[in-house]
Design a protein around this ligand. Structure first.
Ligand code: SAM
Length: 485
């Protein structure tokens, strides 16, 4: 994706960070360090969680660090609205890292049910003191004020004083938006705009959804639908696994997952399984032995539509980290070749690691430059372009994306996407298939690119164009199947 400078959700002018780096030894410290790395350098939280774990933390601590840091990033505008009520100083003058510690405290007291409040306050004050000896008193004061501000009531309708908590109803888990339950924890003060009078302002703060992005939603502006869509994007969504048919079958994998207490059931595609709750994937039985990969069902549809067959030569132009290349090789029974290209050498290593874990030999990786001349020559029987995009269909899974996107991205990305699609198309043989996909729900990146492509390349026609709606039941995205006439 085009890198844009990171913007604070509430566009606060940058205050000095004043924290310095810490070597994390607790869940809260790890969460803070990941957020600091994101603010300093734009690092993905998932990368930081792996990188910063200097001293081994327990699985429970790591899971808590992940929940804390992801929730802070997904809900930053909401946390800021609450903090503005509590902090007497001008927020713009508060050191950035101190503000992050305060956000971590508010998340624990308001948004993550089940955390004991005294531990949340104590641990957060200790974290503040460790980063900067002078911060403990202020953090303690703000969090104690927040405890007094919470009235203890819970409502089921949006209001200016209710902080929405979004959870999945366990009885309906895996059903997408249908399983969402939203409850509102009441505060003794109004912190959000009134939903009825200013629905855009309300959703932007109560659900931390940048206004510019909401304006681009393809469902138009229906306040109730927008609220549910924003609520969905505060959750990581449905977790699906794709079985590797060369190593196991769906019935056996479901049995072995259930044998360790992981609730799961078959998904819509023959190779998909839905899990009831997110879990540490590498610990599931069969992961190391390559019995499955993690992949959303909307992403599985892409290779399903490409329909690669044993013995074919297939180009995957934007392949890393390898979700679709490995799926294609599995569908081809590991016979033939998937030429997996990418611009990023580091990410191509991930394709190789996945192929090795899954026992696939048909994948051959190829580093390319942003120049069509570096792409391997055709002819290919089939090609896919799973293009770099805005990630607008997966904002819950990619919490960083919502704060990075700019208007310029929506100008630059379609031009890059069209260029990549044309480069792949040139290498597909007559009667060959070409699939274009994104994990965006933005028309400019989807139908818009296909329209331009068909106008410029009359030998191609589109046989299918599918838009997956976020939460129905998984990620949002787009796929088009093109045929050379
Ligand atoms: C959406 S991701 C691909 C995900 C992948 N298909 C999968 O299923 O795991 C887009 C990828 O495009 C790569 N990319 C960006 N610009 C590129 C270019 N000009 N040529 C090839 N790859 C590019 C990025 O490095 C990134 O890995």
């Amino acid at each position: 994706m085009t890198r844009s400078p990171h913007r604070e959700p509430d566009r606060r002018p940058p205050a000095p960070s004043a924290g310095g780096a810490i070597e994390p030894t607790t869940a809260r410290e790890l969460a803070f360090a990941c957020l600091q790395a994101f603010d300093d350098s734009g690092f993905y939280l998932s990368d930081s969680l792996d990188r910063l774990q200097g001293r081994p933390l327990s699985t429970a601590d790591r899971a808590l660090a992940m929940e804390l840091s992801y929730t802070v990033l997904r809900r930053r505008a909401t946390l800021d609205a609450v903090l503005r009520q509590l902090v007497s100083r001008d927020p713009a003058s508060v050191e950035r890292d101190l503000w992050t510690v305060l956000q971590l405290g508010v998340v624990q007291l308001l948004l993550i049910p089940g955390l004991p409040p005294h531990a949340a306050v104590h641990e957060t004050v200790e974290l503040a003191k460790r980063i900067n000896g002078r911060w403990g008193g202020m953090v303690n004061g703000v969090l104690r004020s927040l405890q007094r501000l919470v009235t203890g009531n819970v409502a089921d309708a949006p209001s200016a004083s209710g902080v929405p908590i979004v959870a999945a109803d366990p009885a309906r888990e895996g059903e997408g938006a249908a399983c969402l339950e939203i409850v509102y924890r009441q505060l003794g003060a109004n912190v959000f705009p009134d939903f009825a009078r200013d629905p855009v302002g309300y959703v932007a703060t109560a659900f931390s959804m940048p206004r510019e992005l909401m304006a681009r939603w393809s469902n138009g502006w229906d306040p109730a639908a927008a609220l549910r869509q924003a609520a969905w994007f505060t959750t990581p969504g449905v977790l699906s696994l794709r079985i590797n048919p060369l190593r196991t079958d769906r019935v056996r994998l479901i049995e072995s997952l259930r044998s360790i207490g992981a609730e799961c059931w078959p998904g819509d595609l023959p190779e998909s399984i839905r899990l009831a709750e997110s879990t540490r994937i590498a610990r599931l039985p069969g992961f190391e032995d390559g019995h499955f990969s993690v992949q959303d069902e909307s992403a599985m549809r892409i290779v399903d539509l490409l329909d690669p067959r044993p013995g074919e030569r297939v180009l995957d132009l934007c392949s890393a980290p390898g979700g679709k290349s490995t799926h294609a090789a599995e569908r081809m029974l590991d016979q033939g070749t998937v030429v997996a290209c990418d611009l990023s050498e580091r990410r191509l290593r991930l394709v190789e690691q996945s192929a090795a874990r899954l026992g696939l030999n048909a994948i051959s990786t190829q580093l390319v430059a942003d120049d069509p001349a570096s792409i391997p020559d055709g002819p290919f029987d089939a090609a896919m372009v799973d293009a770099p995009c805005s990630n607008m269909g997966v904002l819950g899974k990619r919490p960083e994306a919502r704060w990075r996107l700019t208007e310029e991205d929506f100008q630059e990305l379609p031009a890059l996407q069209l260029r990549l699609l044309e480069a792949a198309a040139e290498r597909v043989k007559r009667d060959g298939r070409l699939v274009y996909s994104t994990c965006s729900i933005d028309a400019l990146e989807n139908e818009g690119v296909i329209r331009q492509f068909l106008a410029r390349q009359p030998v191609w026609s589109a046989t299918t164009q599918l838009q997956s709606v976020p939460s129905e039941p998984g990620d949002g995205g787009f796929v088009a199947v093109l045929r050379r006439n």
